[in-house]
Design a binder for this molecule. Structure first.
Ligand code: NAD
Length: 356
């Protein structure tokens, strides 16, 4: 494993994204978001995506230096088109417009369609929670071959359609962030395992016969297998809501054979932003959360478990450790990063110099 200080990694990725055509500001936004994902332990949504982003920028399936444009504005509803610009840019713009609307209307329902990869959806929930609002996100992912099998199916039909809800911090608890792929694991986790030559956990993959396997190669080599949904039929149902609410409701593209052939990552996202004081009644929301979480996490830990945690807690803990000790990058991912940098005219020493 190679270890890199997070700020040095962010500077390196800023340089790479800049060389793919972005302004310094955009390059910094993209790099910060990706390195933040690594810091929080989601290597699947970190710097391992840089080479792919640069390829998409080069082939024009990603619009560099693009922004959201307004499709419709109707009361609490805002519909935005992401114009296939960096999701790291459009996601932030959509949240700021949504928060402005929620501050006046008490609630905002924001559709963001046709954007390039939004990365870690929790990043968008955290912006809302930091501003004191609850947010709920339904998302679909298209623009490449489907990679997740529907429950009961033996081949892929859709993608890892994430779901997220973020709740502002209380006096006793930091913000609550449930942020997850609806597949058993995020696709990037298969990429990380494949690059590292490691086996995947049980139950996360099927091979081309529809049989369970732990070999991540089924996601990258023919004959292809698929990821499975989390919680069997339940994760499958939630993934379909990503298609219905996250895309169809917004007039965004849903999974179909037409979008399979493209080499890009397109996200569509419905965000519902709620003011916790929106009911206008005297409701002890924060103290109710504190009491409930206190009770739930007081459960005796099971064998091999240190403590019962709440969503968002593993990320905070990993974040603190990686900020202090550096971000681990597996050699396969690092080699892809170096290759993409050198191809863009960077010096190999730029990479060697920061890797420990
Ligand atoms: P994960 O399985 O690591 O975590 C999912 C959630 O469970 C998190 O909220 C986490 O805090 C919580 N959690 C984990 N362990 C816990 C524990 N012991 N107790 C309580 N809560 C716990 O995440 P994932 O499903 O692999 O997703 C990784 C990332 O991938 C997410 O940020 C997601 O948004 C992102 N993603 C993005 C896309 C996209 O198209 N943009 C697609 C899929 C996934």
């Amino acid at each position: 494993m190679i270890t890199v200080a997070h700020d040095a990694l962010e500077n390196l990725v800023t340089e790479m994204i800049g060389r793919a055509g972005s302004t310094p500001e955009e390059a910094r936004q993209v790099a910060h978001n990706l390195v933040e994902a690594n810091l929080l332990g989601h290597d699947s949504h970190g710097v391992g995506l840089v080479a792919q982003y640069m390829r998409h920028a080069k082939t024009g399936t990603l619009t560099v230096n693009g922004h959201v444009s307004l499709v419709s504005d109707n009361g609490a509803y805002l519909l935005l088109d992401g114009n296939m610009a960096y999701g790291q840019v459009t996601g932030g713009e959509a949240m700021q417009l949504g928060l402005d609307r929620a501050r006046t209307a008490g609630v905002a329902i924001v559709g963001l369609r046709n954007t390039h990869h939004l990365g870690r959806i929790g990043a968008w929930g955290e912006i809302c929670a930091q501003a004191g609002f609850i947010s709920i996100h339904f998302v679909n992912v298209i623009g490449h071959k489907p990679i997740v099998a529907p429950h009961g199916g033996a081949e892929a039909r859709y993608s890892t359609n994430p779901y997220c809800t973020a709740i502002p911090a209380t006096d006793k608890n930091p913000m609550f962030v449930l942020d997850m792929a609806t597949s058993r694991v995020a696709f990037g986790k298969a990429r990380v395992a494949y690059n590292a030559g490691k086996e995947m956990i049980e139950g996360a993959l099927i091979d081309h016969h529809g049989l369970p396997t732990r070999n991540a190669a089924v996601m990258f080599e023919e004959p292809r297998g698929a990821l499975t949904s989390f919680g069997q039929h339940k994760g499958y149902g939630l993934a379909l809501l990503g298609e219905i609410l996250g895309a169809a409701l917004l007039g965004g593209p849903v999974t179909d054979p037409v979008h399979e052939g493209k080499d890009t990552i397109c996200n569509n996202m419905l965000t519902v932003i709620i003011d916790p004081k929106g009911f206008g009644a005297d409701i002890p929301f924060a103290s109710s959360i504190d009491a409930m979480l206190g009770y739930v996490t007081s459960a005796r830990p099971g064998e091999g478990v240190d403590k019962v945690q709440v969503p968002g807690e593993p990320e905070r803990e990993t974040g603190a450790a990686r900020r202090a000790n550096g971000v681990p990058v597996d050699p396969g991912t690092w080699a892809l990063l170096v290759e993409a940098g050198v191809e863009a005219g960077m010096d190999r020493h730029d990479f060697d110099g920061i890797a420990v």
